[in-house]
Design a protein around this ligand. Structure first.
Ligand SMILES: Cc1cc2nc3c(=O)[nH]c(=O)nc-3n(C[C@H](O)[C@H](O)[C@H](O)COP(=O)(O)OP(=O)(O)OC[C@H]3O[C@@H](n4cnc5c(N)ncnc54)[C@H](O)[C@@H]3O)c2cc1C
Length: 260
C-alpha cells in the first residue's frame, strides 16, 4: 500500500523512521521513500479467523481497516481498493544443510537460507555469503574440495542465527513495540550504550550497523544482554527511577560481569 507525499513533496510522517502499527498477531509498516511517499506492507496470517483468507468481501476489508488502523486511515491511499486488487504473497523459511552437492554445486543467498523479512537482512546475508566464499576461494587457492565445506560450515550458523533473529523481530515489531515497559527497556539500554559503548551495543545495532559482528555472535551477545536487562527491569520502582544514577550503576556492574 502507499502513503502519498504532501502536495509540496514532503513526507506526511517522520521520514527518518520505520513506522509500525503493531496489532500483536498482525501489523502494518511504512517505509519512507526519497520522493516523499511511503511504501506500506500489511503482515497478516494467511489463514485463520482474521487473515487474508477471511478478508474476501469488500465490506469485511473496510471494517478491518476501520477498526484496526483508524489511526493510519488519514494517510493511506485507498487501502481497501489496494487490498482488494492484490494477492497476498506468502513468507517462508528455507533451512537446509549441506549447502553443497558433490563438490560441484553450492547454494548462496535465499536458496540456502530464506528468512522472514522482519530484520531487513535477507539480501545482506546473501552478500555476506558471497564475501565469505570469495575469501575462501582465495585462501584455499581455488581448491573446491576445501572451499565448499569451509564455506557452508562458516555461513550456516550465521544463516540460522539471522533466521532466528528475524522471527523474534516479528514479535518485537508487532507486539512488544507497543508495550511501554519494552519501550522503557530500550530507552535504558540506549542510555547505557551511549555511556559505555565498549560494553554494550544494542542488538539491533549489532545486526544492522556492525558488519564486523557475525549474526551468530550478535544472537549470543543479545541473549546475554536480555538476561542482564531482565534483572534491571525487575528492580522495584524502575518505571519511576529509570533515570536515577543507581540504575546505570547497577547495569554497569552486571554488564561488566557479563562482558567486561
Ligand atoms: C517483503 C520483503 C522485504 C525484504 N526486505 C529486505 C531488506 O530490507 N533488506 C534485505 O537485505 N533483504 C530484504 N529482503 C530479502 C531479499 O529480498 C532476499 O534475501 C534477496 O532478494 C535474495 O536474493 P537471492 O538472489 O538469494 O534470491 P532471489 O532474489 O529469490 O533470486 C533468485 C532468482 O532465481 C530465479 N530462479 C528461480 N528458479 C530458477 C530456475 N529454475 N532457473 C533459473 N532461475 C531461477 C528467480 O526467478 C530469481 O530471480 C526482503 C524480502 C521480502 C520478501
Amino acid at each position: 500500500m502507499n502513503i502519498p507525499a504532501n502536495p509540496d513533496g514532503t513526507h506526511k510522517l517522520e521520514k527518518n523512521a520505520l513506522h509500525i502499527w503493531p496489532r500483536k498477531d498482525f501489523m502494518l509498516i511504512a517505509l519512507p521513500n526519497p520522493d516523499g511517499t511511503f511504501t506500506c506492507t500489511l503482515f497478516l496470517n494467511y489463514s485463520g479467523s482474521l487473515s487474508f483468507e477471511s478478508l474476501q468481501e469488500r465490506s469485511a476489508v473496510q471494517a478491518f481497516f476501520e477498526s484496526n488502523f483508524a489511526d493510519a486511515m488519514d494517510y493511506l491511499e485507498n487501502p481497501v481498493d489496494v487490498f482488494m486488487e492484490k494477492t497476498a504473497a506468502p513468507l517462508f523459511l528455507v533451512q537446509v544443510f549441506p549447502w553443497s552437492f558433490n563438490r560441484k554445486v553450492g547454494l548462496i543467498g535465499d536458496a540456502a537460507h530464506a528468512i522472514v523479512p522482519f530484520y531487513g537482512q535477507g539480501m545482506n546475508c546473501g552478500f555476506e555469503d558471497c564475501a565469505e566464499l570469495n575469501r575462501l576461494i582465495a585462501s584455499h587457492k581455488h581448491d573446491w574440495d576445501a572451499i565448499f565445506p569451509a564455506y557452508e560450515n562458516a555461513r550456516k550458523p550465521n544463516g540460522d542465527a539471522i533466521a532466528e533473529l528475524s522471527k523474534r523481530n516479528f514479535v518485537e515489531m508487532s507486539d512488544l513495540s507497543g508495550d511501554p515497559m519494552f519501550q522503557l527497556r530500550k530507552k535504558i539500554e540506549a542510555k547505557f550504550s551511549d555511556l559505555h559503548p565498549q560494553l554494550w551495543t544494542p542488538l539491533y545495532s549489532m545486526v544492522t550497523f556492525s558488519p564486523e559482528v557475525p549474526y551468530a555472535e550478535a544472537l549470543r551477545v543479545g541473549d546475554e544482554q536480555n538476561k542482564v536487562m531482565e534483572r534491571i527491569m525487575a528492580l522495584p520502582g524502575i518505571e519511576d527511577d529509570w533515570d536515577e544514577p543507581y540504575v546505570m550503576q547497577q547495569l554497569l556492574e552486571l554488564a561488566s560481569e557479563a562482558f567486561g
